[in-house]
Write a protein that binds this ligand. Sequence first.
Ligand code: SF4
Length: 238
Amino acid sequence: MSAARGRTGPGANPGPAEGWEASPDYAGGADAFAERLQAFSSLEKLGGFALGCTRCRLRAGCKGVVFGEGHPRARLLLVGEGPGATEDALGRPFVGRAGELLDRILEAAGFRRQDVYISNVVLCRPPNNRIPDDAEIAACRPYLQRRMDIMRPGIVVALGATALRALVDARARVTQARGQWHRVEERWVLPTFHPAAVLRDATKKKPVWEDFQMVRDLYRRLYGALPAEAAGVGPAEG
Ligand code: SF4
């Protein structure tokens, strides 16, 4: 997500079509669509299907679907809000200024980008980088669920309020929920501030650093060593 954002609330920019209709492959209620996604047993196949998605109106206003990237069996999944302009242009998540900051945060905690998987709650860029609305989040949520079912990450970091609402609790506030582990299904979910929020407000830098120390510590407890340590790439910051 790009850092400099003119944020507006849900509904302030209604997007390209009031009466948006998905093409048949992508239409239907959440349960039926989640059932359809069961047919895809790998991230590659799921991503291939998602690239043609027209399930919500966001698709009409972006260049393309930004499915996500990283290690397909990563034990650590990072989930942001939605692609920004740079991500939409390049088709990759977290590659703008916020992405560069996320890379530095990961590195400081001992993780390499190739060891984790990074995606967003909505896979298409909302117009003017506005916050995705509830309908858009609900439309795209089955992809996130299926991705987690395929990958089975033990740890998920919810980057920002939208990811927190999609992953933990629709009413939760990131200022209150961050820094605490939430058990969701068989995963540990840690909400923290979105890197774009850190770029806008430097006081959030320390809490985010502390949250990623918690991620590092739990990863070592669950899996014995960080991926770089296990690969003998050198000791991580301790
Ligand atoms: S945001 Fe998600 S549900 Fe909406 S069109 Fe894009 S991929 Fe499909």
